[in-house]
Design a protein around this ligand. Structure first.
Ligand SMILES: C[S@@+](CC[C@H](N)C(=O)[O-])C[C@H]1O[C@@H](n2cnc3c(N)ncnc32)[C@H](O)[C@@H]1O
Length: 338
């Protein structure tokens, strides 16, 4: 059966046919990291032929959470034909093992090519290099000709996308049951992203945050009052039953400037590998206690509250994996839309 969907980005409002159905939705997940996209896909009812990355620890953690999914340590970006042959072999194996006939298969190819270089200065060499992997993935899509495909990346990738041939949407995670206002571009064809649960806040998903900083390590203690707090801009009291006031600092700017911050009655700022700091002020003593988000709290704000961590991975690496993740609820909605 053929149906149609609208790409909702204002820059692109076109119709694309897509075949929907009772077919087996099988994913190949490239640049998979610890598997934010893979996890959401599975939640949406899809299967996975293989998830690929060249970071051993990320693959180890992927396997720890989804032992049923084959993972492959491969440096992507090489010969397109060779890569496509390797990936098709995984797809064939998956179909054989699950008794899926070609006519019952819906093959989806996803990629989250590395994006740091793209997010830096737009005309730098690094930026051009960052785009190389994006173009490589687009070339691979053309070669493999999947039933549907998606590519997730940072918003500045838009300047590299030819909108006449590559449809994309700019997605705010907060529209998909994620308590975070992370914006990412999803390019691709064959799926629909319709907002589900809009406007979750930090305190909706982390209800125990207030009062949780009361026993900080000594070096995290400070007597300094927040600049201008209670003068120009009173800081909102978060709960009527708590004497504490709380804010979360997402990014420290230069020493003399106020850091960027948000309150827990709002969605979190974008979770990255740089941890956010929870600051709580005692109204009576004016003492501020602070701590960073735990990994589990950061994962919760990414939309994967029960993410597990394998033994023997450095905390810093775990934080990078969590900060890199596609918010699983978005992949879930995408999979369900096929
Ligand atoms: C933005 S993260 C992907 C996050 C992932 N989609 C998720 O949802 O958790 C990009 C990933 O690309 C991987 N990567 C970077 N260059 C690579 C390459 N040449 N080959 C394979 N993986 C690569 C990194 O190790 C990293 O895990």
């Amino acid at each position: 059966m053929e149906s149609f969907y609208f790409v909702t980005d204002e820059s692109l409002n076109r119709c694309y046919p897509h075949t929907s159905s009772m077919k087996h939705k099988v994913l190949i997940d490239l640049f998979c990291g610890t598997g934010g996209f893979s996890h959401g896909w599975i939640q949406g009812g899809g299967g996975i032929a293989v998830s690929v990355d060249n970071w051993e620890d990320a693959l180890k953690n992927h396997a720890h959470n989804h032992p049923e999914v084959p993972v492959l340590n491969l440096s992507l970006g090489g010969d397109i034909e060779e890569t496509s042959d390797t990936l098709f072999a995984y797809l064939a194996t998956y179909c054989a093992e699950h008794d899926i006939e070609p006519e019952d298969l819906h093959f989806h190819l996803h990629g989250s090519p590395p994006c740091q270089a793209i997010s830096t200065a737009s005309h730098s060499r690094a930026s051009a290099d960052g785009y190389i992997m994006v173009q490589w993935f687009i070339d691979l899509v053309a070669r493999m000709n999947p039933d549907s495909w998606s590519m997730e990346n940072v918003v500045p990738v838009r300047k590299y996308l030819d909108t006449t041939s590559i449809p994309y949407v700019t997605v705010n995670s907060n529209d998909y049951g994620v308590a975070q206002k992370r914006k990412r571009v999803f390019a691709g064809e064959g799926w629909v992203l319709k907002p589900t649960n809009v406007g979750l806040t930090v305190q909706d998903v982390l209800p125990d945050l207030v009062g949780s900083t009361l026993e900080p390590s000594p070096y995290m203690r400070s007597k300094k009052r927040w600049t201008k707090l209670g003068v120009d801009k009173p800081f909102p009291t978060v709960t009527s039953c708590s004497p504490s006031q709380i804010r979360i600092v997402s990014r420290r700017r230069k020493a003399h400037e106020e850091p960027q911050s948000y309150t827990i009655d709002k969605p979190a700022h974008t979770i990255t590998q740089v941890n956010h700091i929870v600051e709580e002020i005692d109204e009576d003593t004016e003492e501020i206690t602070k701590r960073g988000f735990t990994l589990q709290e950061s994962a919760t704000l990414q939309g994967w509250p029960d993410l597990q961590f394998a033994e023997g991975i450095y905390a810093k690496s775990k934080r990078v994996m969590v900060g890199n993740m596609v918010c699983p609820p978005i992949a879930k909605v995408m999979c369900e839309s096929l």
